[in-house]
Ligand binder design. Sequence first.
Ligand code: PRP
Ligand code: URA
Length: 209
Amino acid sequence: MSRVIQVEHPLILHKLAFIRSKNTGAKDFRELVEEVSMLMAYEVTRDLATEEVEIETPICKTKCKMLSGKKIAIVPILRAGLGMVDGMLKLIPAAKIGHIGLYRDEETLQPVEYFCKLPQDIAERDVMVVDPMLATGGSATDALTLLKKKGAKNLRLVCLISSPEGIKLVQETHPDVDIYVAGIDERLNEKGYIIPGLGDAGDRLYGTK
Ligand code: PRP
Ligand code: URA
């Protein structure tokens, strides 16, 4: 069973309160999503492998630790996932970026795929799938399935706000994928929105409603 890692750092909780507020406009919303994503990246990369290297300080030679092992890919689920990319890149600047385009059909709530472009060597990379919202879990589940079909093996999912239903679905369908999340909310409403949530993340990021 995959792990659910809830990242409850006070800075994240503080910024998340502003993100949730309906009084926060698109400019501040975008900046806050980027900042929280950067802080989440710190936790998501906690277990990256390191190796010992020798370097020379101005005084003497010494042994230090540096990152080793596999390279990283960040894969946002369009559109809202794009809002998390720059923040994560601040801490992982060498990561490659893939894009998966999915939208939720408003009637059926089922995800519809419209775009997929991934780094060629996705199978050799640690893949971080990013999307601010994990609601029914349909979009995340489909994105993870698609990535596995394309060869990705080592995946983790990074969200800002999730519902218990979304977490359950991802855990059932992708038990190998750890989920990093800042807030686990109460439930979904009849339209598949997270309660209390933050509303529609894509519309708030891009001012489309
Ligand atoms: C939102 C969100 C997730 C999805 C979550 O995207 O960014 O991708 O809904 O819902 P689910 O867990 O029930 O699948 P949306 O479909 O609104 O598209 P957008 O990002 O283009 O606005
Ligand atoms: N997508 C969103 O953007 N918000 C929700 O609450 C659910 C799905």
